[in-house]
Design a protein around this ligand. Structure first.
Ligand code: NOJ
Length: 559
């Protein structure tokens, strides 16, 4: 194999020096369709991101994770890829991508891109060839085609369910019009699963990795990184109906976390290591515990994995202390950093989620008919405290666009405006993820709150976007944006990402620890507590006198 070394383009960029940047980086997730629309079609795009890079540099992030922008029929908002090496015209062109990468690198911001290896779109040329070819052909062998059960193959090959609801198998009508084989899709029927036991699939993804590495990307966020390899014989499995929106919290699932998946990442680790510049792989793997997830970041596999155990922990001091300790131990045991994350495009935004009650767990999204809606003030207060806590933890942290504005989940999206396949596949029984994907507000007024000059927006924006817009928050000392800026600056100045955490015992409803010369205290109880000595360098809410109010977190410095 010929080693491809760093392109000139990358060398020309002025990225901050320092080995293994991903160990401590704050990485900002951009969901391009909802970030900023430069073309006026109501869907955000790559030039829209480039136009706002200065705002991101001002926020103080180290890197961007770009959710999919590759060619796609958009049945699952781009997670159904038809061509892995081209940009969907909705989002721009490859030149727009190169411009964005160069402009980001010029500001010292790295870019990792989403890679979707578990499945393609049914419009991918390989799947089109597969359905036009005979059972048993080389073309079909790239996907998971099987004969059905029952006398005439009329029953699916097993009982697996799609993560989005409904069966995980769809039956083909063969070219001659007769009912044919079934194909597996762990997600929507438009997202057929690849067969990763096929060397041709492995080779194709090596090519795709190289395509983006050669362009100069700093790494990949790997979609469904626990799902590529399925258990031998595809045994039946009935999922827990209460599992979260992406499943994966259960143990021993025949399509999640199969041992064979690790070979793929060892292979990719070696490939990525051929490139100069510390490129990183981050696993999106929904697994039950940090110990399990740490298997994805052993020294010869990926570099990071999302800490979903942390994201899924309720607003409870004991539960948080335990998941933080467990995470730091589990990842340190394999020499990897822990990551921390509170929101992304698949879960209820944490400014709403942290105020959900037991009667209304986040489950599969929240909507107009969900019981016990979160109280916005409580949600925002807790979200600010949770982020203040998170950004003091050693390791790398992921932010999801809009959380720096304190955006809540949008609950009142009418059924006819919803777009998540989950909503359609469950006949509206599950609301799905549209509520966290509503286009961002940049300005307090004007068309689409500055998201799009034409006023178009692919999901309706609520009236409260006016007060939450970035424009309303810049320069306001009490705004969530100002809080995030301050936290990121202090985190960097005091190297908290590279620090060590030492717990302080401070009572049942309190989380307190030291990291370097900073003491972090979060009050999760219902009554104010005494504030320890120190200079307040960041606070998630008003701190007056010597007490710390409920749902508030603070950073105190010795000097
Ligand atoms: C995880 C992605 O984050 C989600 O948005 C997508 O629907 C599924 N994987 C399927 O690709």
């Amino acid at each position: 194999m010929t080693a491809t070394v760093t392109s000139e383009r990358t060398d020309a960029h002025s990225l901050p020096a320092g080995p293994e940047w991903w160990r401590t980086a704050v990485i900002y997730q951009i969901y391009p369709r909802s970030f900023a629309d430069s073309s006026g079609d109501g869907i955000g795009d790559l030039p829209g991101v480039t136009e706002h890079l200065e705002d991101l540099a001002d926020l103080g992030i180290d890197a961007i994770w770009l959710s999919p922008f590759q060619l796609s029929p958009q049945k699952d908002a781009g997670y159904d890829v038809a061509d892995y090496c081209d940009v969907d015209p909705l989002f721009g062109t490859l030149d727009d991508f190169d411009d964005l990468l160069a402009a980001s690198h010029g500001r010292g911001i790295r870019i990792i891109v989403d890679l979707v290896p578990n499945h393609s779109s049914d419009q991918h040329v390989w799947f089109q060839q597969a359905i036009a070819s005979a059972p048993g052909s080389r073309e079909r062998a790239r996907y998971m085609f099987r004969d059905g059960k029952g006398e005439n193959g009329e029953l699916p090959p097993n009982n697996w369910e799609s993560v989005f609801g409904g069966p995980a198998w769809t039956r083909l009508v063969e070219a001659d019009g007769t009912p044919g084989q079934w194909y597996l899709h762990l997600f929507d029927s438009s997202q057929p699963d690849f067969d990763w036991s096929n060397e041709e699939v492995r080779e194709e993804f090596r090519r795709i990795l190289r395509f983006w590495l050669d362009r100069g990307v700093d790494g990949f966020r790997v979609d469904v990184a626990h799902g590529l390899v399925k258990a031998e014989g595809l045994p039946d499995y009935t999922p827990d109906p209460d599992a979260g929106s992406m499943g994966g919290e259960e143990a021993n699932v025949p399509y999640w976390g199969q041992p064979g998946v690790h070979d793929v990442y060892r292979d990719w680790h070696a490939l990525v290591a051929e490139y100069a510049g510390d490129r990183a792989l981050c696993a999106e793997a929904w697994l039950p515990t940090p110990e399990k997830t740490a298997l994805w970041v052993r020294p010869d596999e990926m570099h990071q994995a999302f800490n979903f155990a942390y994201l899924e922990t309720e607003w409870d001091a004991a539960a948080l202390r335990s998941v933080i300790t467990e995470s730091l131990d589990a990842y340190a045991a394999v020499g990897a950093p822990s990551t921390w994350v509170l929101s992304n495009h698949d879960v209820v935004r944490h400014a709403s989620r942290l105020a959900l009650t037991a009667e209304n767990p986040q489950g599969h999204g929240i909507g107009p008919d969900s019981p016990g809606k979160p109280i916005p003030e409580v949600g925002l207060r807790r979200a600010r405290a949770a982020t203040t806590l998170m950004l003091a933890l050693p390791g790398s942290a992921y932010l999801y666009q809009g959380e720096e504005l304190g955006l809540p989940e949008v609950i009142d999206i009418p059924g006819e405006a919803r777009q998540d396949p989950t909503w359609f596949r469950t006949d509206g029984e599950r609301y799905g993820r549209d509520g966290c994907r509503v286009p961002l507000p940049w300005t307090t007024g004007g068309p689409a709150y500055g998201f799009s000059d034409s006023g178009a927006s692919w999901l309706p924006q609520p009236a409260e976007w006016a007060t939450l817009a970035r424009e309303a928050q810049v320069g306001d000392p009490s705004s969530t944006l100002t809080l995030y800026r301050g936290l990121l600056a202090a985190r960097k100045a005091r190297a908290l990402g590279a620090g060590v955490l030492d717990w302080i015992d401070a009572g049942d409803d309190v989380l307190a620890f030291r990291n370097g010369n900073v003491t972090v205290v979060a009050n999760l109880g219902t009554a104010p507590i005494a504030l320890p000595d120190g200079i307040v360098i960041a606070a998630s809410g008003p701190v007056e006198g010597a007490t710390l109010p409920t749902d508030t977190a603070v950073w105190l410095a010795d000097d």
